[in-house]
Write a protein that binds this ligand. Structure first.
Ligand code: FAD
Length: 373
């Protein structure tokens, strides 16, 4: 089967690898692979800590993906020889003031009601876990099963795995979907070349709605949600594990890497396709990070960057076949695309090659948004 995939972010890359490993002839189209959100993301693998009422199906998908991570990474690292910076060392969530602590306690009770264990800690116990935390931190939750990965190492590893599995990379922009006899027949590139395929996967992050030829009711309902992050350089060890905090109601996280990088994030802004980094964004992140971990102001500043999360109307991915035969969507991964990479690749490879979505992916098929026209 011939498959063409538009977009080589973590979702397109991992799906290309998995589909090629299952025997498909895969062409991956992207003028600048892994240049979108996948190059900016912090890489937290934390399905539980971002839990929100009403998002239980997304939680189950996140848990399924977190469970796949150890074998996914082992296979990827063995095939390519690349290190991905994967760590399964847990997440500490802390609260700065009494209101933040009340919110965290709400979250703990909600998790408990879903049968998800986490350990409640008082302020002193939090500082025993992370000695760099501010003395004022009121309490926290330890989620030992969570972890992190370095997306800037994950994406090159996925590209190497895809190429080693026979995927052809075409470094061009896809301009449109080719539709013939009410079926998706491939992709038209920006130079007019047509790549014909039995199945076409649209995995271009927040740009997935921009292609020509998409029937009106089937345009993926994704929008860009801007996030700014800072990269600092810290002595090792500075923090032992990813630490997420609420500071007077504002969420902040700090993600340490084995090589001393410390990622501080992230803003969440609805500003369209704007990727400017701003003084205000930088200030907010440093202000809240310093409240939690005063020592951050001593660290070397390396980089500030902004990326666009592909947001969908219900914050969940949009994955699976569409009403246009031959066209599959793989977008809308919003704040969780790195976490969801292993499970999405399996779901999308099945959607492309078997024409069916496995059980775990069924709540996320595109038909929940399709409009009959
Ligand atoms: P992208 O990575 O955006 O890739 C889309 C690709 O499509 C790009 O390479 C682009 O060049 C290509 N493309 C676009 N248009 C075309 C076209 N016409 N033709 C061909 N190619 C095209 N997730 C987590 O799980 N954990 C985190 O800690 C985390 N932190 C984040 C922090 C920030 C600040 C941001 C912005 C995101 C974060 N995310 C996190 C979310 C995660 O980064 C995204 O969900 C994920 O990267 C989406 O991957 P993707 O492959 O769908 O899209």
């Amino acid at each position: 089967m011939d498959v063409v995939i538009i977009g080589a972010g973590v979702v397109g890359l991992a799906t290309a690898w998995r589909a090629a490993a299952r025997g498909a002839a895969v062409t991956l189209v992207d003028p600048a692979p892994a240049s979108g959100a996948s190059n900016v993301a912090a890489g937290m693998l934390t399905p539980v800590s971002e839990l929100t009422y009403g998002e239980e199906p997304l939680l189950r998908l996140g848990l399924a993906s977190r469970e796949r991570y150890p074998s996914f990474v082992a296979e990827l690292e063995e095939l390519t020889g690349h290190d991905t910076g994967y760590r399964a060392d847990g997440l500490l969530q802390v609260a700065f003031d009494a209101d933040d602590l009340a919110s965290l306690e709400d979250l703990r009770r909600f998790q408990e009601s879903l049968g998800i264990p986490s350990e409640a800690l008082n302020g002193r116990e939090c500082r025993r876990q992370e000695p760099m935390l501010a003395p004022g931190v009121r309490g926290g939750l330890l989620v030992p099963q969570d972890g992190s990965i370095d997306p800037r190492k994950l994406a090159p590893a996925l590209l190497a795995a895809a190429e080693r599995s026979g995927v052809t990379l075409v470094r061009r922009r896809a301009a449109g979907i080719v539709v013939e006899r009410d079926t998706a027949a491939g992709v038209r590139l920006d130079d007019g070349t047509v790549l014909r395929a039995d199945r076409t996967l649209l995995a271009a992050g927040p740009w997935s709605g921009d292609l020509e030829g998409l029937p009106p009711g089937l345009v993926p309902p994704v929008r860009p949600v801007k996030g700014q992050v800072i990269r600092l350089r810290a002595p090792v060890p500075f923090l032992r594990r990813s630490t997420r905090g609420l500071v007077r109601g504002f969420p902040i996280y700090l993600v340490p890497r084995g090589d001393g990088e410390l990622v501080v994030g992230a803003t969440q802004e609805e500003l369209g396709f704007d990727t400017r980094v701003t003084a205000g964004g930088l200030w907010e992140l440093l202000r809240d990070a310093r409240e939690l971990v005063p020592g951050v102001t001593e660290l070397e500043f390396v980089e500030v960057s902004a990326g666009l999360r592909p947001g969908s109307p219900d914050n969940a991915p949009v994955m699976g076949p569409t009403a246009l035969p031959g066209l599959v969507l793989g977008t809308g991964h919003f704040r969780n695309g790195v976490l969801l990479t292993p499970v999405s690749a399996d779901v999308l490879a099945a959607a492309l090659l078997d024409g069916a979505v496995p059980e775990v992916g069924r709540p996320f098929t595109p038909d929940r948004f399709e409009q009959r026209v």
